[in-house]
Design a binder for this molecule. Sequence first.
Ligand code: HEC
Ligand SMILES: [Cu+2]
Length: 308
Amino acid sequence: MQRVKNIIRTALYSVMFLFWCMTTAAAADPSSRSLTNIFAPQSTPAKSIVNLSLFVLTITGIIFVVVFTLLVYSISKFRAKSASANSEPAQVYGSTQIELAWTIIPILIVVVLFLATARVLHAVQDAPMPAGAVEVTVIGHQFWWEYRYPQLGVVTANELHIPVSDPGHPAPTFLRLLSADTDHSFWIPQLAGKTDLIPNHPNSMWMDPQRTGTFVGQCAQYCGTQHAKMLLRVSVDTPEDFAQWIREQRRPAVADERVAAGRRAFETTACINCHAISGTVANGRFGPDLTHLMSRTTIAACESSINT
Ligand code: HEC
Ligand SMILES: [Cu+2]
């Protein structure tokens, strides 16, 4: 009896501990919770994924409760009793009904889970790109993100700008994911599932954020020692703000006389081998394009914010 009580108590404590971990993690930091909460999707692919995971969680949760109840029932009802210490329990061999049941029911459950998953995979991965979609090429580098808007002639780094997509006027953004060196993974929990950027293997993803604002994410694949500092930001703009941002990014760099000395230093040293600034001799591709560096809110893969 004591053993059964111990088992039940341990099980109860484990469940309570798990629950405590989940609730404190969720309540820890409200600002980061709202920005990276996988349960608060703001875009169609992210929503489909959350719905699927809740469905799978519900089914597996029911299985857990049924199995655990039967287990607790069995270990308490059929525990060792002093009265029957010397006798064997009834031995049962082969039962077609039971064996059929425990073969067919799990197969049905697996088929249901498989079909539900295949449906979401198809809806997310095979979505056709509509005519008005914004296209961005995302290139993962150790340890920063390069964004190229081939249709719009814009190149920037780390902070992605995309238009909001209201259901009346869908304006999804389709990303082509490439890598310049090793494997990276592009993940903005509220907007889409994570997808790897693999050298010589273009991947793609899309998102249609339904509200404006800043969304954060990070490289979700260990890509080297500075991997943890490879953050990313997505600014979801109104169509007007997005058009304005594109206009500003297309302008050549400002040639301000007050910073002429710095400009000269930049243009005459090694910086130009790795960085590009439009309208200058600098055309390096190894590091971020610095033409509109000060239009960003952060530098170095969102690691430090720019205070102007
Ligand atoms: C050997 C190549 C190389 C040289 C030379 C180089 N950089 Fe960089 N630079 C990089 C790389 C790569 C990054 C991205 C690092 C990161 O974000 O993790 C970077 C990042 C930056 C950033 C931040 C950009 C952003 O969008 O966050 C600035 C500013 C910068 N470099 C300025 C300079 C200046 C000024 C010089 C010359 C004095 C210089 N760099 C020389 C490779 C170089
Ligand atoms: Cu990375």
